[in-house]
Write a protein that binds this ligand. Sequence first.
Ligand code: ZN
Length: 78
Amino acid sequence: MHNPNQQNIEKHKAYFAHLKKKGVTTTSYSCPACDFSIETAANTTDSATDSAVTCPSCENLHLKVLLPNGGEIKISRI
Ligand SMILES: [Zn+2]
């Protein structure tokens, strides 16, 4: 069991609080390794986006695909 990285978690929460204040729509999904609720900006475009993400809590690296127009979030382990 990893120790949650409290400092990264605080930074993660502060960043998304900042985005939401600016009117950005966010969504969240569970980390594939530790189930931490990872927040992300919603995909409001017409194309899927993908990115490699590090969990703020356990530092697991995974691939995140956001389907277009606020659709499903697909997570795969790398
Ligand atoms: Zn994690």
